[in-house]
Design a protein around this ligand. Sequence first.
Ligand code: GRG
Length: 294
Amino acid sequence: MSHYYFDGQGKAFRPMVVLLMSRACNFHHGAAENSLALPSQRRISMIAEMIHTASLVHDDVIDEADTRRGKACVSYLHGQRKAILTGDYILTVSSMALAAIGNKDVVILLSQVIEDLVRGEFMQLGTKEDEDERFAHYLKKTFKKTASLLAHSCRAVAVLSGSSKDVQEVAYQYGKNLGIAFQLVDDMLDFMSTEELMGKPTAADLKLGLATAPVLFAAEKYPELNAMIMRRFSEPGDVELAREAVTKTDSLQQARILAEQYCREAVRQIQQLAPSPEREALVTLTQKVLNRKK
Ligand code: GRG
């Protein structure tokens, strides 16, 4: 069961970012001749994907999902108890791999990710009563659920490259901004994409009671959405009305503009490193995140 998702069908976005960041930092730190990722940095890239995969397995239990990556999810096939243990097992093996690197600072960074993932998931279970606090709550949740893993893994490989605190901060800020943009696009795609392409049902967030950026923007024009957000779209017709409000307004465009702002900041950060093919790839990646369809 723990091997089930390691079949090459995921996008492997996190390991790709971590490996590029490793090489960009190594290059910046003076390894111009040979900026290949170190074995410890390669391990971080694998650990990042393992933590991500463990959280997906648990997420599908929480959401009672049927499908993931276009196939039946572990909890659907084997039941919730085995899925929880499978997620625990993947997380355990990733922790063993992390400890084996033997760097205390890196252990602290990646442990923070696990705390953030759980806290982010808890934040998602609640809805802020005060409408003015909802967007800030959403962005904080987004950082914890999605961006923290990229931010902390990028910082970890910068630490392993022997980089200065300033470069470590650049790596962290790149991962954080790219991660928030990635989730904003994910939330847009939930309204735009087809089930076939995403490998999971569309408008899934609304059906789960979640108000993401597009709905929060739409609520500025249609204040009647606020009552639906508060009751987590639980009454008949709520999901359809919210979906309609998103289509009738420019809220998807607003979400895109916000994602673009985060990508611009990611680019501004990474451009502080010495120019290298990997640094350029990290710049290009921000465009790919904005234009992705799945
Ligand atoms: C067991 C570590 C652990 C955590 C438990 C359930 C939970 C707490 C956290 C859930 C976090 C979660 C599922 C965040 C969503 C992040 C996200 C954008 C997933 C989709 O990522 P993609 O598009 O997926 O990169 P692929 O399938 O390509 O890997």
